[in-house]
Design a protein around this ligand. Sequence first.
Ligand SMILES: *[C@@H]1O[C@H](CO)[C@@H](O)[C@H](O)[C@H]1NC(C)=O
Length: 289
Amino acid sequence: MKTALLLTGIVALLGTPSSGLKVSTSLDWIEYTPQRYAADNFYKGSSPVQISSGGVATIARDNSVDLAANAETQGLKQLSGRRSLRLIYMVCEAQYRIVANKAKGINALEDLKGKRIGTIPGTSAGYFVNKFLKTAGIQPGQYTVASGNACMKAPCGQGTLPQMLQAGQIDAFGLWEMYALYTTAEKLADARIRADIVEFVRALNQTLDVYNNDPKKVFARVAELVRSDADVVEAVWPEHLWTGRWAPDLIDFLVEEDAYLAQEDRRQPIPRADIEKFLDTSILDELGL
Ligand SMILES: *[C@@H]1O[C@H](CO)[C@@H](O)[C@H](O)[C@H]1NC(C)=O
């Protein structure tokens, strides 16, 4: 009897789709926190936002997800298989650059030739290292890439990039990304969902105002969300540009990056016209942002 009741309860749960916006995102990065802050402090949509762990790959395969956030590299990778994906808001440009060990004789970019460089391969960080070293004439075969993890709080554990640098396992490491909000053309065409997306982007815009102009207010909360320390968050804050709308030259940047990813992933490059459609300013335009 009890089992039967329980089963009925489960069926009822499954049969009731929630009407709140579902957002899939990485919960580990500072760049993610404006979504949480916007949902908690400013969002005025139809019902509360549900934020869960994932990213743009989730929105491409799970139709119940309305929004996703991830770096531009993952966006392009998913766009190659799903052309209705849309990038609608630029949350952050995280400019970590390359950190190197002076004790290994590294004083300029050129000195990285023949060195062992830590990054996160297959991500925007990996792309950045490749692109940045090329500007000094260093080709992919002229250095070694070592994979490592991020560290949010000291002491940094085994296999994290700062620990590897300190232990001499790598000579330098590089991280970088453009962190954006994605949805699909289908979601944007659904009037009810679109109205909530507009409200969410409005709330993000209010959040970025705080992040840009009154960040002291959020250091502790951001640190708590990503399990870091408030003074570390404060120290790295200038490396994060809280952007909103992107510059017109982003299209050229993405076309170039996609050519690189296409080669890495052994696929055809995405036609420029499809990347133009991917960069969808309709929500920003609607809000006058
Ligand atoms: C976006 O944020 C700015 C402050 O940075 C504010 O002045 C503006 O009214 C906001 N726009 C919308 C549509 O909320």
